[in-house]
Design a protein around this ligand. Structure first.
Ligand code: HEM
Length: 248
């Protein structure tokens, strides 16, 4: 009986934790994100170079907007507890990867799907109008990168045969020695944030929106992949036909 009471208290406490609420409210969205064409390619273990390069382009836009908004609001009472630039910041690592694949003039070469621009716009907007919602976005990206993202790194390396970590900086967190322990710390920091009921509700809605924005990015990106791969297939066929004509 006593144990039952304790368990009940524990469940009640857990239920009111932001980290648990955000995980629960985004559960279905997580499944949907896992089932996008791009993430399915990852789970099948065969991501293509085109897919990975386009993903990096989108991640560049997203982290540029997210980290600028976090930096600008680092003293905001909701943002300060989850502000970990040394451990988590991804922008420079994405830049290194882009340089690896596109060369020094990568900035002129990168391609950004419309959905990525919409996502980045939302991040800039809440950075100005509702900085507390940044918690929902930082959670969605960084905890994702420290969870399934670690597997995605290994798959990228294997699929593309990348050696010595080249082009894979995005997946590596040198400032985080144990992703699991860090995630625990991150969750407890999230739970320490004081929120009015309305703010909490808004933040949970924003987390669902953050997943939705990611899903849109993956879908848009995949459409670009199909076009790019069809074009290169066409070029191959044309070249093959020309060669055949020459030799016959
Ligand atoms: C957590 C797998 C895609 C966001 C996790 C966890 C796994 C996982 C195994 C750990 C669950 C736990 O510790 O309880 C995957 C796989 C994916 C994928 C296999 C695709 C192939 C994504 C995407 C996002 C995302 C696209 C968001 C953009 C998250 C977040 C968490 C998480 C925020 C932390 C949940 C929490 O502990 O509150 N994922 N994931 N994941 N994932 Fe994913």
């Amino acid at each position: 009986m006593e144990t039952d009471k304790k368990m009940q208290t524990q469940v009640e406490l857990t239920d009111s934790d932001l980290s648990e609420q955000i995980k629960a409210v985004t559960k279905d969205s997580h499944v949907r994100a896992e089932n996008t064409e791009l993430m399915l390619a990852y789970q099948r273990g065969n991501v293509s170079l085109t897919q990975y390069k386009l993903l990096l382009c989108s991640l560049y836009e997203i982290y540029q907007a997210l980290e600028e908004a976090l930096d600008n609001n680092s003293n905001h009472p909701s943002v300060a507890p989850i502000y970990f630039p040394l451990e988590l910041a991804r922008l420079e690592s994405v830049e290194r990867d882009l340089e690896h694949f596109y060369g020094q003039d990568w900035r002129e070469k990168i391609v950004v799907p419309a959905a990525t621009k919409i996502y980045a716009h939302r991040l800039r907007q809440i950075g100005k109008d509702n900085p507390e919602y940044l918690v929902a976005h930082a959670y969605t990206r960084y905890l994702g990168d420290l969870s399934g993202g670690q597997v995605l790194g290994r798959i990228t390396q294997k699929s593309l045969g990348l050696k010595g970590g080249e082009g894979l900086s995005f997946f590596s967190f040198p400032g985080v020695s144990s992703p699991n322990l860090f995630k625990q710390l991150y969750r407890s920091r999230m739970n320490s944030i004081e929120l009015e009921e309305e703010e909490r509700k808004g933040m949970l809605e924003e987390a669902v929106r953050a997943f939705e924005l990611n899903i849109q990015v993956f879908d848009d990106l995949q459409k670009m992949v199909s076009v790019t791969e069809r074009e290169s297939e066409l070029m191959h066929t044309t070249t093959r036909n020309r060669c055949t004509r020459h030799t016959s």
